[in-house]
Design a protein around this ligand. Structure first.
Ligand SMILES: Nc1ncnc2c1ncn2[C@@H]1O[C@H](COP(=O)(O)OP(=O)(O)OP(=O)(O)O)[C@@H](O)[C@H]1O
Ligand SMILES: [Mg+2]
Length: 191
């Protein structure tokens, strides 16, 4: 589990979550006691998708969003892998938001939602999928004949690292994965 998050109220009254300090494009460094510079904003590039109903169409919407954002950031190098990752994470979030028959667990009469955030520091791309569901991600070791239990194994294989942390102050969690950008230009000069 890792990551910091703040919460903002969206226009629709729901909570919008994204890593603290993201989204403003600012890149900040300060000198620590030893004189080394230390990054305050680990993800200067950030984009949060509006909440998606936690239903089976969500993974496709998340993929389309990811492709669009990566293109606008000129970071298409890992688009194929990232589409698989966001798809698996979104599918898991949707599954966790529903009962065994596939009907969404309504929360105080409202459809559960998932949220997708993309973050980058030009060297790494991070995908976050937030849900409002119980349960935690468990990396399984499926046998040859098992029909499920492969999603997180794929994420584990495709990403440098992945993890999750609970959402602060409300049900649910953030499941995230990070992928390096091959040949990414070194980080721009930072103040
Ligand atoms: N966002 C989540 N919330 C709650 N539980 C989760 C979440 N993501 C994964 N899990 C748990 O981790 C397990 C493993 O997930 P994984 O994606 O590897 O397999 P699966 O979803 O069961 O099957 P597959 O992805 O192969 O269709 C899930 O069965 C579920 O119990
Ligand atoms: Mg899965």
């Amino acid at each position: 589990m890792a990551g910091r998050a703040d919460a903002r109220r969206g226009a629709d009254g729901t909570r919008e979550r994204c890593p603290a300090g993201s989204g403003n494009g600012a890149v900040v460094r300060v000198l620590d006691g030893s004189g080394r510079s230390e990054r305050l904003n680990p993800w200067p590039l950030a984009s949060a998708m509006p909440p998606l109903a936690a239903i089976t169409t969500a993974p496709a919407c998340a993929r389309a969003y990811l492709v669009t954002v990566l293109a606008s950031w000129h970071m298409n190098q890992r688009a194929a892998e990232l589409q698989l990752i966001v798809s698996e994470l979104a599918a898991n979030a949707v599954a966790a938001s529903a009962d065994k028959s596939g009907s969404p667990w309504y929360i105080e009469g409202r459809m559960p939602v998932i949220r997708v955030c993309l973050l980058s520091d030009w060297a790494l791309l991070r995908v976050e999928v937030w849900d409002q569901a119980p349960g935690i991600p468990l990396l399984r070791s499926p046998g040859d004949l098992d029909e499920s239990g492969r999603g997180l194994a794929l994420v584990d294989h495709l990403s440098t690292r992945w993890g999750w942390h609970p959402a602060a102050g409300q049900p649910g969690k953030c499941v995230w994965a990070e992928v390096p950008l091959p040949g990414a230009a070194s980080e721009p000069l930072r103040a």
